[in-house]
Design a binder for this molecule. Structure first.
Ligand SMILES: Cc1cc2nc3c(=O)[nH]c(=O)nc-3n(C[C@H](O)[C@H](O)[C@H](O)COP(=O)(O)OP(=O)(O)OC[C@H]3O[C@@H](n4cnc5c(N)ncnc54)[C@H](O)[C@@H]3O)c2cc1C
Ligand SMILES: *[C@@H]1O[C@H](CO)[C@@H](O)[C@H](O)[C@H]1NC(C)=O
Ligand SMILES: *[C@@H]1O[C@H](CO)[C@@H](O)[C@H](O)[C@H]1NC(C)=O
Ligand SMILES: *[C@@H]1O[C@H](CO)[C@@H](O)[C@H](O)[C@H]1NC(C)=O
Ligand SMILES: *[C@@H]1O[C@H](CO)[C@@H](O)[C@H](O)[C@H]1NC(C)=O
Length: 426
């Protein structure tokens, strides 16, 4: 079988590796226009460096399990930083509330110690690991391929790109993010992502050369009434990210997410001054001021889809369930999608099985996607609504419940177990 994968972001690249493991060939097609890479590779399997963009992503146990299945866990762990705690402060760095992530992982059902500690990793570093693995597996990546339309026949599917070229496969994977053109082409009446009015500005900073020390793996600073939210993440011994959310920003130009800001010194000074005016602790202001890259990310929320497939097309990652980033579940949910598709194809290998594979995929993934999006919305509400004093008290109470194993935040999702259960139930 051969698959056409639209989008070579974190989920698209992971999907191609998963399909490779079960003997399904695929090629990646991305709208990113890397003239240099395209000219020199002509579509040959080279590791395409999509460049430096974005800050940190958090991956917890369910996602680490998928990376382990793909044989990438050790390499990812070696490039990442463990995040044993999450700390929430008032905006000035007082009144910490600490979540013990290891306790939370155990409670969620993760018994493997090696996976109980969630990790933080630089988004572009993770992407490079995935693209290098794709190259080694002989998976080709074509850039400058913006999807325009999809044509289905009874036994194949063809992607049409804006440059006039096409690609045909037994099935097509839409991994083209929250603004997915695949989703638009296949579910013509599906809801559109809604802009939340929030823009995140993510700075990445080297700690040593700037004499910076941060004591928290992951920290949030909140002033609920003024809707002020800043967070910091440590991604390696030397790298950290600082992210500030600003409200009521005008609708951004689509597709500009994660591109580094061109006028860096001016932008980092502007944002650091903003943090100063909000009363952030000095080290957080410094992190922003000393950032060597600032990327903006416009925050959208995708309304819940009823299904993630139609005919020979299947959606994975943000194209299926793009969500607000407040609970750190976006990529995790996409990695689970990949793990499920992998296990389904391990069990059903013939082209005639595609309808069954996709219908089981939606059956398993839609409820999980809806649940993750709901948790993310609830977390955003907890951050942005309610009073400063009472909101923080409620958070303290909620985190107390998690720490003492009284409540489970997010249940572990083991893809082979879930798939085996669904197949048995048929
Ligand atoms: C500020 C912020 C912080 C986040 N933090 C976390 C976190 O801590 N933990 C976590 O789990 N998740 C986090 N997320 C969510 C996470 O980033 C996403 O869930 C994840 O990147 C989704 O990957 P994807 O591959 O589905 O989509 P994307 O990463 O959006 O990739 C889509 C790809 O498709 C390509 N493409 C788009 N349109 C087309 C087209 N028409 N034709 C061809 N190609 C196309 C794009 O160029 C891109 O390469 C965060 C998100 C944001 C905005
Ligand atoms: C931090 O802010 C709180 C109110 O939100 C205030 O009570 C406290 O005095 C402040 N602490 C410092 C050290 O500024
Ligand atoms: C696609 O699926 C729909 C039902 O969801 C069906 O009516 C249609 O005929 C299918 N198209 C093709 C080309 O298989
Ligand atoms: C596609 O499948 C349908 C139903 O299975 C059939 O009626 C139709 O003739 C097929 N079309 C082609 C072009 O083979
Ligand atoms: C983790 O849970 C144990 C009990 O299961 C408890 O003793 C410990 O204090 C918890 N850790 C934190 C940081 O609350």
């Amino acid at each position: 079988m051969h698959a056409v994968v639209i989008g070579s972001g974190l989920v698209g690249a992971t999907t191609a590796l998963a399909l490779h493991q079960v003997g399904i060939q695929s090629s990646l097609y991305d709208q990113v226009n890397l003239v240099q890479a395209a000219l020199t590779s002509g579509g040959a399997p080279v590791a395409i460096d999509f460049g430096d963009s974005g800050g940190s992503v958090l991956i917890s146990a369910s996602g680490l399990r998928v990376l382990r299945t793909l044989g990438l866990l050790d390499e990812v762990l070696a490039s990442a930083h463990p995040s044993p705690t999450i700390t929430w402060y008032k905006i000035n760095g007082t009144s910490p509330v600490v979540l013990d992530n290891i306790n939370a992982s155990k409670k969620s059902g993760e018994s493997d110690e090696a996976l109980q500690n969630p990790i933080q990793i630089l988004r572009s570093k993770l992407h490079l690991i995935l693209m290098s693995a794709c190259r080694k597996a002989g998976i080709r990546t074509f850039t400058g391929k913006k999807l325009k339309g999809i044509i289905e026949t009874n036994d194949s599917v063809t992607a049409e790109f804006e440059d006039g070229t096409t690609a045909t496969g037994d099935f097509l994977v839409g991994a083209d993010g929250i603004h997915s053109a695949t989703r638009r082409a296949v579910f013509r009446d599906a809801a559109k992502p809604e802009y939340t009015g929030v823009i995140g500005h993510i700075g990445v900073v080297r700690l040593k050369e700037n004499n910076l020390k941060i004591s928290d793996a992951c920290a949030f600073y909140l002033q609920r009434e003024k809707k002020q939210l800043v967070c910091t993440f440590q991604m390696s011994e030397d790298l950290a990210a600082v992210q500030v959310m600003t409200f009521n920003d005008p609708v951004p130009v689509e597709g500009e997410e994660y591109r580094p800001h061109p006028d860096l010194p001016k932008e980092s000074a502007r944002l650091a001054d903003l943090l100063e005016s909000w009363g952030l602790p000095p080290h957080v202001q410094d992190m922003m001021r000393k950032s060597f890259r600032i990327s903006p990310a416009a925050i959208y929320d995708l309304p819940d889809l009823k299904t993630y497939h139609k005919n020979r097309t299947v959606l994975l990652g943000d194209s299926a369930h793009g969500m607000v980033p407040n609970a750190g579940l976006g990529l995790l949910t996409g990695l689970e999608d990949v793990g499920v598709l992998l296990e389904l194809f391990r069990n059903f290998k013939s082209p005639s099985d595609i309808p069954r594979v996709f219908s089981l995929y939606s059956q398993l993934r839609v409820p999980r996607g809806h649940d993750a999006a709901k948790r993310s919305r609830e977390m955003a509400k907890q951050y942005y609504e309610g009073s400063q004093v009472f909101g923080h008290l409620l958070l303290r109470f909620g985190i107390f419940l998690f720490n003492y194993n009284l409540v489970t935040f997010h249940k572990i999702y083991d893809c082979p177990t879930e798939v085996a259960g669904a197949i048995k139930a048929v």
